[in-house]
Write a protein that binds this ligand. Structure first.
Ligand code: KG4
Ligand code: ZN
Length: 360
């Protein structure tokens, strides 16, 4: 089964062409990624210090056709557009959540292709994509579903921080989410407070490498809440207050660079500790057999190491998104599209609640 997938929910325009080979033994296919094309918009948004939705939508509009033609050239057959489309069995596109003008551009493009070439089209929940990117950590066809489910997923991105119980493919139960800022958003905002610029997460991680993570004792929010929810707005405010106090001191003026690195390292550690503690509680409470992790923040090395340690201690299988698939990409959308297509009547992830107007 050949899937052409699109991702345009935020500031990456991404297209992928993937072949899925279904084995007779199980429902987990062997996958072969034939071609991937991505246009990052970092430079377009950098002057504004964050993503400007309408600018992002215009960039997607400009990039989609160019990338589609590049994908066509990079595909094994190097076919004409018509021949290329003839071999496609399914088109998958991110339907939400995401920035509405950006989603509309991507879904309109995918819909037009599907209509013109009479191909089935499936709208994919972006978070479901991040979740399945964990499968890219190993040979999918060798995974035994009986050894994986029930599994827990931790999704940590710029817009979401979620713990999801996965009873089986396509059968989810959201256990907890952030009540205010997502972890990635907190990284971005603290990076701005420290004057590190955009994109914040990766710059903050670099700054943290130079600092001492025990220099400041920032809070680990909601650890005693008894549920699986998160809250990172207060942690960000603690950094703001610490900075305000420091700015009054002579020591800060003299050691600005090293104190800034200490703040970055201490903040990063607080986020990592909080995510790991909540994940551990959910893993134990629900007796999960595996942990899926994905989303932009999972590219963070300290967080990856902490999750690896956790799964070793708990003797669990860790399906962690490879670094290059942590950020937004279309391969994860192809994966989620495949599973949605194969299990159409399962309990879906409230896609329509996310995006009532897309009508896919
Ligand atoms: O999944 P993603 O690419 O887009 C959304 O769906 O939101 O996640 C982007 C988020 C941003 O907040 C970015 O700052 C954060 O992931 N991020 C990181 C790192 N790389 C990206 N946060 C911490 N450490 C990183 N290395
Ligand atoms: Zn994302």
């Amino acid at each position: 089964m050949r899937i052409l997938a699109f991702e345009t929910s935020c500031d990456e325009t991404a297209l992928t062409l993937v072949d899925f080979f279904v084995s007779k033994k199980g429902f987990l296919p062997k996958i072969s990624i034939l071609a991937e094309k991505v246009a990052s918009q970092v430079q377009a948004h950098a002057p504004f210090g964050g993503v400007v939705p309408i600018l992002a939508a215009r960039e997607h509009e400009k990039n989609l056709e160019i990338l589609f033609l590049q994908l066509l050239k990079a595909s094994p057959e190097r076919a004409t557009a018509r021949e290329f489309m003839e071999k496609i069995d399914l088109i998958a596109v991110t339907a939400g959540p995401g920035l509405m003008p950006c989603l509309l551009v991507g879904t309109a493009f995918a819909k037009a292709l599907a209509y013109k070439h009479k191909k089935p089209l499936i709208g994919v929940n972006h978070l479901e994509g991040h979740l399945y990117s964990g499968f890219l950590s190993q040979e999918l066809s060798t995974c035994n579903p009986q050894l994986i489910f029930p599994a827990l997923a931790l999704i940590v991105s710029g817009g979401h921080t979620e713990l999801v119980l996965i009873h089986g493919i396509g059968h989810y139960q959201v256990l907890g989410e952030t009540l205010d800022d997502a972890a990635g958003e907190a990284f971005d905002k603290v990076a701005r407070l420290l004057g590190l610029g955009y994109p914040g997460g990766i710059l903050l991680e670099k700054e943290a490498q130079k600092g001492n993570s025990e220099a400041f004792s920032f809070p680990r929010p909601m650890l005693k809440s008894g549920d699986y929810n998160f809250s990172f707005a207060g942690l960000k405010t603690s950094v703001l207050y610490a900075l305000r106090e420091l700015e009054k001191s002579q020591a800060y003026k003299q050691n600005k660079a090293s104190i800034r690195a200490d703040i970055a390292a201490s903040f990063q550690q607080a986020v990592v500790d909080t995510l790991v503690a909540k994940t551990k509680k959910a893993l134990r409470d629900y007796k999960a057999k595996a942990l899926f992790v994905g989303g932009g923040v999972i590219a963070n090395t300290k967080l990856r190491q902490a999750l690896e340690r956790l799964c070793q201690e708990e003797r669990l299988l860790l399906l962690i998104s490879p670094k290059r698939y942590c950020g937004d990409n279309a391969t994860m959308i192809a994966l989620a599209g495949y599973f949605n297509f194969k299990t159409p009547n399962q309990h879906k992830w409230q896609l329509l609640k996310v995006n009532p107007n897309l009508n896919l």
